[in-house]
Design a protein around this ligand. Structure first.
Ligand code: PXL
Length: 282
């Protein structure tokens, strides 16, 4: 029997250059057979790690777009939010999730705020407190270690072993999400890069790791969470989905590592997209 194709609302910016946000989210989820409905939060000339990026902030339009979606009686099997340009947008997205809540829905919040121990350009404590509110609405959150530190208030220097990161995940789960997936966890004397998965209802955790490649590519988190979300919507377990997402990222980095391109351009997703499969037919 054919499975119904899931529909997902993707709440992210669109960065014209640099492979981040919607230019990553849409191709990945689309290849996995998910119908993506973008709710763009901002249009950027290039993602915010390029200096002097130009940003058209769409905050004042978001509620009108959402109101039209209400008139159309749209329903989403999943809502997935990522980069939000300011505090007000976070409030709007929180209302959006509440208004469009339905049974059997997967709400994924990637609390995009920073990396390498620092917040992204233009972000401050207000964004952090907004994200702390927003994650209350999520079923799954996928912070990297930096974001987990800001969300939990635990100094990143203290998130230096499995137990401290697990305690941090537990603390974040108490705010709402059933699953906390913390990425960019360096392990085994920095030989491996790991992902810690915590499931609140069973109080269990797992670590999934791959060899660490010493390189940093913006947009990797967007690719990771997109693959994870697509795989979950296809009915796979969280652990299988994290494994698929880790494989995708590792291949994307491996295709890129020896190239002369600027690392800010992101991973080579075009090479790796064919490895993703859809299970839907129409
Ligand atoms: O990959 C996350 C992301 C999304 N959108 C914008 C960004 C970043 C990370 O730098 O700058 C605009």
């Amino acid at each position: 029997m054919k499975k119904a194709r899931p529909t997902l609302a993707a709440v992210h910016d669109i960065s014209g250059y640099g492979r981040a946000s919607l230019t990553v989210v849409i191709p990945i989820l689309s290849k996995m057979g998910i119908r993506v409905c973008p709710l763009p939060t901002a249009v950027l000339s290039a993602h915010s790690e390029y200096s002097n990026f130009y940003c058209v902030d769409l905050t004042s339009h978001l509620r009108s777009i959402i109101n039209h979606w209400k008139e159309l009686n749209l329903e989403f099997d999943s809502i997935y939010s990522g980069y939000l340009a300011n505090y007000e947008q976070i409030e709007i997205v929180k209302d959006f999730i509440k208004d469009f809540r339905k049974k059997k829905q997967l709400v994924v919040v990637d609390p995009v705020m920073g990396d390498g121990g620092e917040l992204y350009s233009g972000f401050d404590e207000k964004i952090v407190s907004g994200m702390q509110n927003l994650i209350q609405e999520a079923d799954i959150i996928t912070p990297n270690l930096t974001e987990a530190s800001f969300l939990s208030g635990v100094d990143i220097k203290d998130l230096n072993n499995e137990d401290s990161i697990l305690q941090c995940a537990k603390k974040l789960s108490l705010k709402g999400p059933e699953y906390v997936v913390i990425t960019s966890v360096l392990m085994n004397k920095n030989k491996d890069s790991g992902v810690l998965i915590y499931e609140k209802s069973s109080n269990t955790h797992h670590i999934i790791s791959r060899k660490y490649i010493h390189a940093s590519y913006p947009g990797t988190g967007d690719a990771f969470t997109s693959v994870l979300t697509g795989s979950m919507l296809q009915g796979n377990s969280l652990i299988d989905s994290v494994n698929t997402a880790c494989d995708f990222i590792l291949k994307g980095i491996e295709c890129r590592i020896n190239s002369s391109h600027n690392p800010l351009d992101g991973i080579n997703q075009e090479e790796v997209l064919p490895t993703l499969k859809s299970i839907y037919e129409e």
